[in-house]
Ligand binder design. Structure first.
Ligand SMILES: *Cc1c(COP(=O)(O)O)cnc(C)c1O
Length: 428
């Protein structure tokens, strides 16, 4: 079989089943092309992408500016390793630092690597700056978190499927309830060895769980009071997804009115990934100011591919697209419209309990038991009707289209979703 041979969907699925590890359970659709908010399967059927690769493709599929930057750089210089300088990395570091309002960037590739990097920086800061006794630093995390799949990260997950039989686990993490300031205050007061608080501004994988108004700012204030680093994992929420450049948007220098107008909190350490490349290439990074990033010295940390010239070119182009096309503003406006339209529909539909979210990171809560297959079955019906979405934990369907969507397209999608739900309900 040659790589050029055209496969049917059935063939492609059978191949993956036979030769690929079964570490995912995909919706049975085989995609072969993408452009903007659309993807096409191998039979040529067109779909709206309502997952955006878990918010990596915020800028839309195959954005010409991002692909153009990637191709140009790929034809010029792809990898030097950090044993040598390259002429792209510094430019990207400057651009990303200025965009998000930090002194420095440490570039990596995947989100999980960036989270690991943040944890290492936080621990080193704790020993060298805060004076916590060696090997006694603790990092506070939240229940139902999702921060990636490495051994350390799953050590503080409470998803048994992701954890079980992967021990022994990494020590040094304390889990508290999400959106519970009292729990945070209690742990900070009772333990002198806390180095950091790692938190998602909105819990994406947990089902788009939006914390109470003011939670992040108050959590940050508590951290400051106890000299604890506030670490925001914005791998999924960042880069315009929630209607602002960052979901924690504080003193960053973006021109987005919803950002400077409603500053919430500036993290001590900011973790980005996914849309930092617009989905074209694995690019992640950690941002912090010099007093924190300064603890990292030559040999302390690294990655062969992290900060390579292609990643740097792609990362810069991806951020430029977000600014040039005012994607934060668009996500804000379309998000309001999406929830407004669904809120008109939900009272007439016994299948859906609620819609929640911010910007274009939303979810509907299906009115059924957590272990039923209703959300999955609805996603199968949505697929038939030309819209791709995926259930998350506990009968919740996440809706996160590319941010380059137009109002007309969004209303078309609302119509697909409500029609599908209505038909599904009448068939029950
Ligand atoms: C996706 C995600 C990660 C992990 O990113 P990978 O690139 O899959 O390693 C970490 N944190 C959050 C909040 C994410 O959504």
């Amino acid at each position: 079989m040659s790589v050029l041979e055209r496969l049917t969907s059935e063939d492609a699925i059978a191949l993956e089943n036979e030769y690929g590890a079964h570490n995912y359970h995909p919706l049975p659709v085989v995609l072969s092309r993408g452009e903007g908010v659309y993807v096409w399967d191998v039979e040529g059927k067109k779909y709206y992408d309502f997952l955006s690769a878990y918010s990596a493709v915020n800028q839309g599929h195959c954005h010409p500016k991002i692909v153009g930057a990637m191709v140009k750089q790929a034809q010029t210089l792809t990898l030097t390793s950090r044993a040598f300088y390259n002429d792209m990395l510094g430019k990207f570091e400057k651009y990303a630092s200025e965009t998000f309002g930090f002194d420095k960037l440490l570039p990596m590739n995947t989100g999980a690597e960036a989270v690991e990097t943040a944890l290492k920086i936080c621990r080193k800061w704790a020993y060298e700056k805060k004076g916590i006794p060696e090997n006694e630093a603790e990092i506070v995390v939240c229940e139902n978190n999702f921060h990636g799949r490495t051994t350390t990260i799953i050590s503080f997950s409470n998803d048994e499927v992701a954890r079980k039989h992967f021990g022994p686990y990494t020590q040094g993490f304390i889990k508290i309830e999400y959106d519970n300031l009292q729990a945070l205050e209690t742990v900070l007061k009772s333990n002198k060895n806390i180095a950091g608080f790692l938190v998602e501004p909105i819990q994406g994988e947990a089902g788009v769980f939006v914390p109470s108004e003011g939670y992040l700012a108050k959590a940050k204030a508590l951290c400051e009071e106890h000299n604890v680093l506030f670490i925001a994992d914005e791998v999924q929420t960042g880069i315009a997804r929630t209607g602002r450049l960052l979901a924690t948007c504080g003193n960053c220098s973006c021109a987005d009115k919803h950002c400077s107008g409603t500053p919430e909190v500036k993290p001590d350490i900011l973790i980005l990934g996914k849309a930092l490349s617009g989905g074209a290439y694995p690019v992640s990074g950690v941002l912090a100011n010099d007093n924190i990033m300064g603890v990292i010295r030559p040999g302390n940390h690294g990655s062969t591919f992290g900060g390579n010239p292609v990643a740097a070119a792609v990362g810069m182009a991806a951020l430029e697209v977000v600014k040039d096309e005012k994607l934060a503003q668009n996500a804000f406006d379309l998000g309001e419209l999406f929830r407004e339209e669904l809120n008109k529909f939900i009272p007439n539909c016994s299948l859906v309990n609620a819609v929640r979210g911010k910007g274009l990171l939303n979810a509907i809560l299906i009115n059924d038991t957590e272990d039923s297959s209703t959300a999955w079955d609805i996603c199968m019906a949505l697929k038939e009707n030309g819209l791709l979405a995926k259930p998350t934990h506990g009968n919740i369907i996440r809706f996160a289209p590319p941010l380059v969507m137009t109002k007309e397209q969004l209303l078309d999608c609302v119509s697909i979703i409500t029609t599908t739900l209505t038909n599904f309900e009448s068939e029950l």
